[in-house]
Structures are given as C-alpha cells and as structure tokens.
Design a protein around this ligand. Sequence first.
Ligand SMILES: Cc1cc2nc3c(=O)[nH]c(=O)nc-3n(C[C@H](O)[C@H](O)[C@H](O)COP(=O)(O)OP(=O)(O)OC[C@H]3O[C@@H](n4cnc5c(N)ncnc54)[C@H](O)[C@@H]3O)c2cc1C
Length: 440
Amino acid sequence: MAFVSEPARQTPILSRAQVVVLGGGPSGIAAATAAVRAGAKVALVERYGFLGGMGTAAMVTSFCGLHANVHGEIRRVVHGLADEILDRLEALGGLNRTHSVFGKTAAQSYDVGAYKCVADDLVAGAGVDLHLHAFAVGVLMEGRAISALLVETKSGRGAITGDVFIDCSGDADLAAWSGAPFEKRDALAYPTLMFRLGNVDDAVALAEGKPKLRALIEAEEKATGEPFPRRAAYVNPQAHAREWRVNATQIARDGRAVDGTVHDDLRFGEVDGRKQVRRFHDFLRRRVPGFADSYLLEIAPQLGIRETRRIVGAYVLTGQDVLECRDFSDSIGVNGWPVEEHVRGEVQWRWPGPRGYHQIPFRCMVPREVENLLVAGRCASATHEGQASLRVSGPCFEMGQAAGTAAALAATGRKRIDELDIADLQRRLRAAGAFLGEPE
Ligand SMILES: Cc1cc2nc3c(=O)[nH]c(=O)nc-3n(C[C@H](O)[C@H](O)[C@H](O)COP(=O)(O)OP(=O)(O)OC[C@H]3O[C@@H](n4cnc5c(N)ncnc54)[C@H](O)[C@@H]3O)c2cc1C
C-alpha cells in the first residue's frame, strides 16, 4: 500500500468529561445514563444522528434477552434502566406485547422511531453531553491510560477528554486503538440486512404463512434450483397492524461472513444485502400466504453486524457458562438468551439449563493492559459461543448500566477500576432496580 504524510496539527477539545462513552447502542445508552445518574460529567459519542445502535440503524426492532425460562416459567429477568426504556416506549405507543420464541422464552418488538425518541429523552434528560454525527477515529494515550478520544465531524476534527472511557462501539474500536487485547475470528457470525414490510395480512400470515415458511423456502429452492443464502428465515409482526419485520438474509463474501470492521466488506454487504432483500420479498409475495399484497416499507440503513472484535478481558465468558447457568461473585446482571449461532445457511440454537439464566461477571467488561477503560455490549469479553448469547439487547442494557455506574464511581472517587468495591457497585445496581440473580 502507498501512503501520504499528513502535517501535524492542533486538535480542538470539544468536551472535557469525566466519563466518555463511545457508541449509542443499548449498552452505550445505558452506560451514559447510569454514569450521569451516579454523579459524573459524561460525554456520549455516536456516529449517526440518532441512538439505538443495531436496534435502530440495523432495524433489529425486537428486544431479546429480557426474559428467561426459569424452571419452566418465562420471566422478565432484566430490569433497572431496561424497565424505564420499556415504560417510555409503551407511553409513546411504540411497544408490542411480548411474543413467544419457540415456546421457550419471550421477546418484545418495538418501533424504530419511538426507540430513537426514547433514547434521546433518556440520555439528554439525564444531562449527558451528546455528540451525534461524531465518528470516533482514534485515541491519545498517556502510558497505559487513554487521555482523549478523537472524532471527525462536519465541523472538523476534535478531541473529547476524560478520566474513564467506556467502549460501547460493538466493534471494540476504542479498545483496539488503545492496545487492549482482543480476538476476531475468521469464521464470524454472519451478518443480516433487515427489512420491514407493509400491508401484510396479519391473520393469514400468522396462521398459514409463518408456520409454513421453512417448507416453502425448501420448495422454492427445489423449483428454481437456486438455494437461498439462509434457510432459517424469521418473519414476525411489529407493534402495529399489517407491519412485519423480516430477518432472512445472510451476507457472505467468498463463503466467509462479511467483516463489519473492513471498509470494503461493508460496501459489498450493503449492496449484496439489498439484492437478497428483493429476491426474498419477491418469494414472499409469490409463495407465502399473507404476503401477496405486501410492499417493501423500509430496508435498514445499515447492515446488521452480530460479531467482530471481542476483547480478551479479566474473565472470558464461555458457551458452557451460558448453558450451565453459572454464577459469579462479581455478578452485575443475568442473561437467559440461548446460544444463537449464525452459521452458513442456518441459525443454530442451544438452550440454557433449568435455572434459565447465568450471571454476568463484572470482569467481562474489564480489558487487560489499559487502565481506565471498560468495555460493554457485544464486544465485551466472551468466546464466540458466549458472545452468541451475551450480545442481545437485554444483557447489553445491563452491562451498560453497570459499566456506567462503575466508571462514574472510579472517576468521581479518583480510583482505578481495579480498586473499585464490587459489593458497593452491586448494592447500587440493586438500588437502581437491577436483578443480579439468585443462587440456586
Ligand atoms: C441482524 C441482527 C438481528 C438481531 N436481532 C436481535 C433481536 O431480535 N433482539 C436483540 O435483542 N438483539 C438482536 N441482535 C443483537 C443486538 O441488536 C446487538 O448485538 C446489540 O445491539 C449490541 O449492542 P451494543 O450496544 O453492544 O452495540 P451496537 O448496537 O452495535 O451499537 C454500537 C453503536 O456504536 C456506534 N459506533 C460504532 N463505532 C463507532 C465509531 N467509531 N464512532 C462513533 N460511533 C460508533 C454505532 O453507530 C452504534 O450506534 C441482532 C443483531 C443483528 C445484527
């Protein structure tokens, strides 16, 4: 590769915060809000003009991981800030009733527009210094500590200084720039470009179309001789009549999952994804009961990325931890979502044991080698299998709330992260409504 040299320059400081959060997805919304409420001056940096992360930008439009199947009873186990988000969505009329997931757990869909507004109200209402349309591009380091996050904006480059930083970028951008160890597999979970349809016949689609979808996909493949990139396709109703979301595409390049940290893979994935959307919608209209008069309401603004970098932190959560419902003395919340693996052409599910949830250790958010950094959300410290469960919205809200609270305690108390009193953090999380799990 050829290079050009840029002249050295002085970068204006846009904000001086105690806690700086990168990324406004579920983990970043919760982290920034919790940190302000715990008494810190907080800046939140997001590249888009709205918050919500994959939940809005990739139109996931359904909260998973809020519930667990506890000895046969499907229960809400994620609380704290998640409660407030659901209440606010409900008040805006943007929340659906919960729906069953294979009869084994529950999830709950929402409107993208309502989620964007709820996130604004929560974060701005709490007093976070919000930087939208700010693309983070690097860090300044002082020894093993981060001193500033560098961003590019329409008005030029800027720096945001802080005492403690939280990486909620989903891709561990901040952790990678600061030198924290991370893993990124060759065989990543496959991404999906989501889309929504209007004018679906709800009754017919629910009674006939949805139950027959897999068989109809296989029949179409046989008739055309052309396999779909993914046979495990999911169609589900949204909060309002006749509107459905479709989770059906799978984006591979030369047989491998597209990598959300590679610029040219993202270009390829967006264009290939839209081709897949057109083909799948055409199939739904022709073959699947309830969809004959449907139209393409919206394609997600960005490709949905499930997995890229995962930090290697003080504890690495494994698939066995999830399946065996393990407890941890430094629990900051619980997660009952199954191990949901997006492999070539399929989605594979493995369900946790009878207690239905595991505890999430604080140490999953503590990177090695960087002193003043926490990492929450889908890039927290987990194996590929552990992340295939931990990445969904419920645990991301919990990790965010815990990371924000911990970062504020460190910044305002002038403590290092490894000096924090975890029992005190747990008391504060419980007082804020969080459920940290009950030992069997
Ligand atoms: C197709 C698909 C379907 C899914 N289905 C579900 C589902 O039904 N239910 C569910 O609960 N979960 C689902 N998930 C998983 C879930 O949505 C995500 O894993 C979750 O949103 C992760 O939250 P996060 O906060 O870690 O990161 P993200 O949601 O990825 O948010 C990261 C934020 O950081 C911002 N950002 C990243 N880098 C930078 C940068 N350099 N500068 C500035 N901003 C930056 C991004 O714009 C984004 O807003 C799905 C995921 C995908 C891809």
